[in-house]
Design a protein. Structure first.
Length: 344
C-alpha cells in the first residue's frame, strides 16, 4: 500500500473526512489509473508527474553475524500540488524521504523534505536513480543497485540484487483499493537479496537478508471513508510470498486484497479473501496499535501469526505510523514487514 501521509505534510488542511491523509480527496485535474493500461519497464520505474501521489518504498529483513534480526526501511514520496510540470522553483513537486532501522531493542528513524525542480530530489528510470539529498537508491539497471541513507543515530549502505521477476498487483498492475473503484498502479520487486553495513549507536554491523520493493502511483487511491490500512508483505521459507492489505472504514467492514506470489513469481490475486485480526496491542504515542496478528488466506492454506520484532516500531514523523519487521509462524514460517496507518 504505502501511500502514506505525504499530503498531510504538503497540504495540512486536509482532514480524515477525505480519507486517510487526504488520499481520498478529489483528483482535481490529475491523471487517474486506467484498467487495461499495461505497465512498461524500465520507463515505469521513473516518476509520473501527471499523477498526484507516488512512492518508491523498500523494506528489508536482515540478519547479523551472531544471528540477531534487524529491519530496514527506505521510502521516497512525491506529491504534486498541480497537474503539470515546470522547471526550477516553479515545479509543483514536493518530495519526502523516510528512513528507519529496527533492532529487537530499538527503533531509529528520520525524514527529509525537498522541493522538486532544483535537483534536490527526484527519480530517473534509466539508469535507475531515486534520491533526496544524499540518500540514494541507484544502479545501472533495476536488478543491481546500491542503497544508502543516514540519520542522526544510524546509517546504512547496502547492495541489492534481484533474484526473481517483478510482480504486478491486481489486474496486471491496476490495483483497486475500495468498493467504489479507487485504484492505483502498483508493482513490486519482492525478490531482492540485500547485503551491507548498518551503522548503529553500538557500532557497525555487517548484515545479509532479503528485501521487498514497492512502487505505486495514483491521484485518488482511497475512498473518502477510508481511515487507514494494515499492510503485510510476508516471505515464507518455502519461497512463496504474500502481500495483503485491509483498508479500514469507520462504519463498514472495509476492503481487502491479497497477492499470492509463487516462488517463480507467478501472482494469483484475491479480492476480499484476505483476513487479518489483531491479537495483541501496544500503547504507542497515545494510540492502541496491533503488534500481533492472525493472518489467513484460506485459498492458499495460510493460517499464521504475525508478530512484531519490536513493538515500538513507531515512526513519529509527519504524521505518525507504525512500520517494522515481523516474524511469521503457523502454517507457513518466515519473516516480513508490516505497515499500519490511521491509529493516531
Amino acid at each position: 500500500m504505502n501511500a502514506r501521509i505525504l499530503l498531510l505534510v504538503c497540504l495540512p488542511g486536509l482532514a480524515q473526512a477525505q480519507g486517510f491523509a487526504g488520499l481520498g480527496g478529489e483528483a482535481g485535474g490529475f491523471a487517474l489509473p486506467e484498467k487495461g493500461q499495461a505497465l512498461a519497464f524500465p520507463a515505469d520505474h521513473g516518476a509520473h508527474p501527471e499523477f498526484r501521489i507516488e512512492w518508491w518504498y523498500l523494506t528489508a529483513n536482515l540478519t547479523g553475524p551472531d544471528g540477531t534480526p534487524y529491519g530496514l526501511q527506505w521510502t521516497l514520496f512525491r506529491s504534486a500540488l498541480a497537474p503539470h510540470e515546470a522547471a526550477g522553483w516553479d515545479s509543483p513537486q514536493i518530495w519526502l524521504g523516510h528512513a528507519a532501522v529496527t533492532t529487537p531493542d530499538d527503533h531509529l528513524f528520520t525524514q527529509r523534505l525537498a522541493r522538486g525542480g532544483i535537483g534536490q530530489a527526484g527519480v530517473t528510470a534509466t539508469p535507475f536513480e531515486a534520491w533526496i539529498d544524499d540518500w540514494r537508491m541507484a544502479g545501472p539497471d533495476f536488478d543491481a543497485m546500491r542503497l544508502a541513507a543516514s540519520g542522526p543515530e544510524f546509517a546504512y549502505d547496502m547492495t541489492l540484487t534481484a533474484q526473481g521477476p517483478l510482480v504486478r498487483h491486481g489486474e496486471e498492475g491496476f490495483s483497486v483499493k475500495s468498493g467504489e473503484g479507487q485504484a492505483s498502479y502498483y508493482y513490486s520487486q519482492p525478490f531482492f537479496d540485500i547485503a551491507g553495513r548498518l551503522s548503529l549507536p553500538e557500532g557497525p554491523v555487517e548484515v545479509t537478508g532479503t528485501a521487498w520493493f514497492d512502487h505505486e502511483w495514483s491521484s485518488q487511491p482511497l475512498s473518502d471513508r477510508q481511515t487507514g490500512w494494515d499492510w503485510f508483505s510476508l516471505s515464507f521459507e518455502d519461497g512463496a510470498k504474500l502481500m495483503g492489505f485491509q483498508l479500514r472504514e469507520n462504519d463498514a467492514a472495509g476492503y481487502s486484497y491479497a497477492s499470492w506470489i509463487a516462488p517463480d513469481g507467478t501472482l494469483t490475486p484475491y479480492v476480499g479473501a484476505f483476513e487479518a485480526e489483531p491479537l495483541e496491542t501496544a500503547r504507542l504515542d497515545g494510540a492502541e496499535v496491533p503488534v500481533r496478528w492472525s493472518v489467513r488466506l484460506p485459498a492458499e492454506g495460510v493460517a499464521v501469526e504475525v508478530e512484531a520484532l519490536n513493538d515500538a516500531a513507531w515512526n513519529a514523523l509527519s504524521p505518525s505510523y507504525w512500520e517494522g519487521p515481523v516474524t511469521v509462524t503457523g502454517s507457513h514460517a518466515g519473516r516480513g514487514y508490516l505497515e499500519m496507518t490511521g491509529y493516531e
